[in-house]
Design a protein around this ligand. Structure first.
Ligand code: SAJ
Length: 453
């Protein structure tokens, strides 16, 4: 590959891959922390940069500000070895860095429009300090077109340098999921889309030091692919959730329907749920379609609306289940199992549990919550065990598919709960027959009640 490069580009690659190369990671959240830790482990001198003093202080002590398997071990060993440092975001920090990786958040506002202010703020600090021969790699999820339409002109103007010639600029989207971030960072194929051929080659050489499988492309293709991945998942889940509503109407079971449809070799319908949470699937579809006009309504927005409707549907199922068991909703005690947005993580960002719990607090007498990982309860009472949460309760509502909820001791729970207890299964984790034979009424998303139940 090096033979294809001009002498200047080749020298710049060499500088970046030297053991003493200085690398900055801007934004030390769920993506930035694994990035900083793994580049330090690969031998780079890494400075992790953030605007939050508490985060910087924790990293300096060798701690991880987030719970992620394996992360704290890498952080503590490389803070100790001096390969990993943490600094607050000052403009002068960037002067001596050969590689700058941006991992700041790109949220959406209440109007569903992208908020690029964190990214633009970082670029405004980096631009005036940018040295010749530096690589800037943006890993934040972006609306398509952002690199060429916004970042290239801004960095060129602020630095006075020519992109892909004097400095290098690439879009390198992350593909890591909480809970398996370290493994996925290293093993998932990593897209590298430069704003020109030199940038693609340079960014690939740097990321290859940590990622096993690099796929080179251009910046717009990488931008669209990244947002397409999560949008595909969101649309697929919306389809599964729509099937759930159809099954409830026709007394069928969506779990069986999906399992049968998926026996076709070219069909892969995802799992139903109480809604879609997390920071990615709830946002990336809006980034993908931003400022694009469609002749008809977009499938992407419709899918978002279906998934956003599911928490309301869960509350409706709960109300029906209580009424059908002769219980007055206003006098009922409800137990929610799970506030994390997905299984076995401590992350409750944009979780469907939040709107459900908030609504239940307004209509039921008491709502208690148990989650083995998250401390967040959205205003409900927190219990320290399933048994504590279930004591004196009328209904157990499962909202997260944590492993701990797979094998509930149903007879023990029944003995702790009030008469005619109900289970509302938002994740379809339990076998309906097992629940029914343990003496509960069973209501599950997509589980159409049989006429004789
Ligand atoms: N969910 C379902 N049904 C399913 C799968 C998921 O209801 O069949 C729900 C989950 O419970 C959760 C939400 O969807 O509430 C999102 O879950 P997720 O498993 O898609 O995980 P995220 O958001 O943590 O991570 C996604 C991943 N993207 C893809 O799998 C395409 C991850 O690889 C990305 O790195 C991450 O987004 C990101 O950062 O973009």
């Amino acid at each position: 590959m090096i033979e294809k490069l001009t002498q200047k580009v080749s020298n710049d690659v060499d500088c970046m891959l030297k053991q003493q190369c200085t690398l900055a990671v801007v934004g030390t959240g769920y993506v930035g922390l694994p990035t900083a830790a793994l580049f330090a482990q690969a031998g780079f001198n890494v400075t992790a940069i953030d605007i939050r003093e508490s985060i910087v202080a924790r990293i300096r002590k060798g701690h991880s500000p987030i719970q992620e398997p394996g992360l704290e071990t890498i952080i503590s060993s490389h803070v100790q070895s001096g390969k990993l440092k943490a600094e607050l975001l000052y403009s002068s920090i960037f002067r001596d860095k050969r590689v700058i990786i941006i991992t700041v958040q790109t949220p959406i506002g209440v109007d569903k429009k992208p908020d690029l202010s964190f990214l633009i703020n970082a670029i405004q600090k980096i631009g005036p300090e940018l040295q010749e021969g530096t690589l800037v790699a943006v890993c934040s999820t972006l609306p398509p077109g952002t690199m060429h339409d916004k970042i290239v002109p801004l960095l060129s103007r602020l630095s006075g340098l020519t992109p892909d010639k004097d400095f290098y600029l690439a879009y390198v989207p992350e593909r890591i999921a909480p809970g398996v971030a370290i493994k996925e960072f290293v093993e998932s194929p990593r897209l590298v889309g430069g704003i020109g051929p030199n940038s693609t080659l340079i960014a690939s050489s740097v990321f290859r030091r940590v990622c096993k499988n690099i796929i080179e492309t251009d910046a717009p293709t990488a931008e669209i692919s990244k947002t397409a991945e999560n949008t595909f998942r969101d649309v697929n889940i919306a389809f599964a959730n729509q099937l759930a509503l159809i099954c409830e109407k026709h007394h069928a079971d969506v779990v069986k329907v999906i399992a049968l449809a998926n026996t076709h070799t070219r069909v892969n319908i995802h799992l139903v749920g109480p809604g879609v949470g997390g920071p990615c699937l709830t946002k990336d579809p809006y980034l993908l379609i931003y400022e694009t006009i469609f002749p008809n309504q977009s499938i992407v927005e419709t899918a978002r609306q279906i998934n956003d409707y599911m928490p309301k549907h869960m509350v409706g199922l709960l109300i029906d289940s209580l009424k059908n068991n002769g219980k007055n909703v206003r006098d009922s005690y409800v137990t929610v199992l799970g506030t994390a947005y997905k299984a076995d993580v401590d992350d409750s960002r944009f979780t469907p549990s939040e709107p459900i719990i908030r609504e239940l607090l307004g209509i039921c007498k008491n709502v208690s919550v148990y989650d083995p990982y998250c401390t967040e309860t959205f205003g409900a009472k927190r219990a320290c065990s399933i048994a504590e949460a279930a004591s004196g309760s009328d209904c157990l509502m499962i909202l997260t598919d944590h492993s701990e909820f797979k094998n509930l001791d149903l007879s023990a729970l029944k003995s702790l709960m009030n008469g005619s207890p109900v289970i509302v299964d938002g994740r379809r984790m339990l076998m309906p027959d097992r629940v029914l034979s343990a003496g509960f009424s069973y209501y599950g998303v997509g589980y159409g009640q049989k006429h004789d139940e």
